[in-house]
Structure formats: structure tokens, C-alpha cells
Design a protein around this ligand. Structure first.
Ligand code: CTP
Ligand code: ZN
Length: 155
């Protein structure tokens, strides 16, 4: 079987976020605040075939290493992702992502009546009540959110 990974070149230095659920790569970039003003080279694979898993997305960010907080955020939408730190073409560290215990300012509460959505809003905060699949609970109105509800409300 051909090595499908070779569709996207290996990088010399930087971060490879692998095993992202198919179609979620752009949300991962959003969570990392990466947009059209990016100053490092990015490679994005969307709906890449991935052996037994079927399909996945993959993001390669050259010359940037992620902070542990950023890695934790990725878990919100890609609970099975692996984050690989690359140096001189070698994987020098591999992390499986784990969600933070609290989420502050990343997701908006989906309850329109929540005080965090008021005219003079306060920053939304959630407890993570379960991981994989992730389920979060608003600290202010106690609304519980999961799945698409979370994804659609990423700020
Ligand atoms: N990778 C890369 N550039 C490098 C080294 C690795 O882009 N210089 C990518 C690989 O293509 C792969 C990911 O980083 O998508 C992880 O690399 P590696 O651990 O070598 O691959 P696997 O063993 O397949 O990883 P896993 O077990 O996590 O699936
Ligand atoms: Zn709320």
C-alpha cells in the first residue's frame, strides 16, 4: 500500500498535529489563532486517507512549537489528536492531547439568556465534566454542551 503521508512533505522543524477528525483541521487552526496573517509555513491535509481509521486531517506548522495550554485546547475538538514536536526532521516528542479542566474564553455559551451573552458580556467559563466525547458545563447558567454545540460556539 502506498504511503499516503507522503502527500504532504515532512517538515524540518515545528509541530505536526496528526489524527485530527476528518474535516476539523480548520477549527484546529482557529483554536490556535492561525489565520491569513500567518508568518510560518503551514501544510494542511483535509480528508487524508489513514489506514484503519478511514480518514483524518493533519496540520503541519513549521518553526512553531505549541504551549501546553494550546495543546489542551485542541482536545476540545480533536480528542484523539497527537501533537508531534519535530526537530531536524525527527519526532522528538509526541503528546496525546488531554482537555483542560476548565475552559475560559474559547467557547461561547449556547444559552442566549446566559449572563455571558448579555449586552455587557462577561467572559464565558466552563467546567469540563467529561472528556472523549467532551462535555462542558457553563459556570454561570449550568447549560451543558457537547459535540456540534461546542464546535459551533468556538469563539
Ligand atoms: N512528520 C513530519 N515531518 C517529520 C517527521 C514526522 O511531517 N520530519 C509527520 C509524519 O508524517 C506523521 C507525524 O509527523 O504524520 C508523526 O510522525 P511519526 O511518529 O514518525 O509517525 P507515526 O509513527 O505514524 O505516528 P503515530 O504513531 O502517532 O500515528
Ligand atoms: Zn451559560
Amino acid at each position: 500500500m502506498p504511503n499516503m503521508e507522503l502527500k504532504i512533505e515532512k517538515i524540518r522543524n515545528g509541530t505536526v498535529i496528526d489524527h485530527i477528525p476528518s474535516g476539523m483541521a480548520l477549527k484546529v487552526l482557529k483554536i490556535l489563532d492561525i489565520d491569513e496573517n500567518v508568518k510560518t509555513t503551514l501544510s494542511i491535509g483535509i480528508h487524508v486517507s489513514s489506514g484503519k481509521l478511514g480518514y483524518k486531517d493533519i496540520v503541519k506548522i513549521e518553526d512553531r512549537y505549541l504551549a501546553s495550554k494550546e495543546i489542551a485546547k485542541i482536545a476540545l475538538i480533536a480528542p484523539n489528536a497527537t501533537v508531534n514536536k519535530i526537530k531536524d526532521y525527527e519526532v522528538i516528542e509526541k503528546y496525546t492531547v488531554t482537555p483542560p479542566s476548565e475552559i475560559i474564553g474559547i467557547v461561547k455559551c449556547s444559552n442566549p439568556a446566559c449572563v455571558t451573552n448579555a449586552k455587557e458580556p462577561i467572559s464565558p467559563e466552563f467546567y469540563v465534566i467529561s472528556t472523549n466525547p467532551i462535555r462542558i458545563k457553563c459556570k454561570y447558567c449550568e447549560r451543558e454542551m457537547e459535540g456540534k454545540d461546542i464546535i459551533q460556539n468556538i469563539i
